[in-house]
Design a protein around this ligand. Structure first.
Ligand code: PLP
Length: 478
């Protein structure tokens, strides 16, 4: 193949190979079920198969692309596989891939309106559609970041700024005038809260982990007591983080009661609905979200459960000006005359990817009804699985199933070490490539987690996991 000496790939080649890549992706989606869910590679297999330096001269695209099948594919764990049930099962839709392709083609860096009117104007429109679908009031404005960890970091930075302690100017180090700042969350909270606290210079001693009840929900009374004790000790509450859909079990903190406590004490309330927020679009699940409309900020991840390719996390905030006050810093070379929204003012990044495009595609292609029905079906499937577990003498559920995650374990009579048995069964299933389950510890018990979330999942996939589990258990107790 002839190449230009300078410039990009010849346009005829781009067209030809572009079609081949799309064909490959279409085939990939079709043959997903024939591939092992978890990569069967050993650590360093891929690294060892690759040259240690870039090629001195350019290679032909077919040669490069061949290595995707040969080298990359075996190293892929297939999040799109319908039997991916570990962590939170998340997957892209095909139309979401189109959004990524076009965003890559535009390659815009949304910093100023003038560098990216499309991203600057599409993002708030799409996020307002989502806000309405999730039944949140109109006083929330959304902004897209990459992940929930970063959304939460921004929310906590806002909460810190709201205290008016002059931290933007004076920092925190070497100051004797600052009290101990406190961030409250439950013992089931995601580690991204701890990381945000570390990054904001608050130190892990600022975190107060509030105990949870038998349903793994924050004990609001214990939160009230912790705040009362801290106030009398001269500490300063900075933020309460409540979770709707915790990572281990998808438990739901009593957000309404927590909002009462926050309001009484004038404390910033951040709601982590990274996983479960998407379920707010289903009317019959609305009760789980009671009180979240009273939060100062909410994070939800369409890349988790709205069929949008990673990454796309949304932070909804009540006070967009506070977010701007926290982060805006306009260097000379970024000053513009027009009075417009410049997305660089709302976060740590200067340039942002054009992420709203893929969510716009997803929302338009499936429509409100299509998205709602898919999430509803995932919840039905998880409940169906939980019923099989509950009806079996060899298994038990270990947490409620409000959304689409079932926490359970095998517990056949006469087995002493149930933790070891459950871990062994999980490892065997995962090693087989047939399905992927992950685990957590609940009340010191090794707990299996089955998450339902792939856009390709059907009841037969859950039946397959159930059969595998029973086969393994029967082999053990025979
Ligand atoms: N919050 C909750 C409740 C989560 O379950 C997760 C991830 O699973 C996160 C935050 C972090 O999400 P991200 O990977 O987008 O940072």
């Amino acid at each position: 193949m002839e190449k230009n000496n300078l410039g990009d790939m010849p346009k005829e080649d781009f067209r030809k190979y572009g079609h081949e890549v799309v064909d490959w992706i279409a085939d990939y989606f079709e043959r997903l079920e024939t591939l092992p869910v978890l990569s069967q590679n050993q650590p360093n297999d891929l690294k060892n198969a690759l040259p240690t330096a870039a090629p001195a001269t350019g290679e032909n695209f077919p040669q490069i692309f061949e290595d995707v099948e040969k080298l990359i594919l075996p190293a892929v764990t297939h999040w799109n596989h319908p039997n991916f049930h570990g962590l939170f099962a998340t997957s892209t839709s095909s139309v979401g891939v189109f959004g990524e392709m076009l965003a890559a083609a535009f390659d815009m860096k949304a910093m100023l309106w003038r560098t990216s009117p499309a991203s600057t104007e599409l993002e708030p429109v799409v996020l307002d559609w989502l806000r309405q679908m999730m039944n949140l009031p109109g006083d929330f404005s959304g902004i897209i970041y990459d992940t929930a960890s970063i959304s939460t970091l921004h929310a906590l930075a806002m909460a810190r700024e709201k205290l008016n302690l002059g931290i933007r100017e004076n920092g925190m180090s070497g100051r004797t005038d600052l009290p101990l700042l406190r961030v409250y969350c439950s013992e089931q909270t995601h580690s991204s809260i701890d990381k945000a606290v570390i990054l904001l210079g608050l130190g892990t001693r600022s975190i107060v982990k509030i105990p949870t009840n038998e349903r793994f929900e924050m004990d609001a009374e214990k939160l009230r007591e912790a705040i009362r004790d801290d106030l009398s000790a001269g500490h300063l509450p900075l933020c309460v983080v409540a979770t709707i859909g915790t990572t281990s079990t998808t438990s739901i903190d009593p957000v309404d009661k927590i909002a009462d406590i926050c309001r009484r004490n004038n404390i910033f309330l951040h709601v982590d609905a990274a996983y479960a927020g998407s379920a707010a679009i289903v009317p019959e699940l609305q009760d789980y979200f009671k009180g979240w409309e009273r939060a100062d900020s909410i994070v939800t991840n369409p890349h988790k459960w709205l069929f949008t390719p990673f990454d796309l996390s949304v932070l909804y905030v009540k006070d967009l000006d506070l977010l701007k006050k926290t982060f805006s810093l306009v260097a000379e070379y970024l000053k513009v005359a027009e009075t417009v929204t410049n997305q660089m003012d709302y976060g740590i990044q200067l340039g942002r990817r054009f992420r709203s495009l893929k969510l716009w595609f997803v929302m338009r292609y499936f429509g409100q009804q299509g998205l709602r029905e898919r999430i509803r079906e995932h919840c039905r499937l998880a409940r169906t699985f939980a019923n099989w577990v509950d009806d079996s003498p060899n298994f038990e559920t270990l947490a409620p199933v409000p959304f689409a995650l079932c926490c359970f374990r095998t517990c056949p009579k006469g087995v002493d070490d149930l933790d070891a048995l459950n871990e062994k069964i999980m490892n065997e299933i995962n090693a087989s490539g047939e399905a992927y389950l992950s685990h957590t510890k609940l009340n010191s018990k090794f707990t299996l987690r089955l998450s339902v979330g792939s856009i390709r999942v059907e009841e037969r996939h859950l039946r397959k996991v159930w059969d595998l589990l029973n086969e393994k258990v029967n082999n053990e107790i025979r």
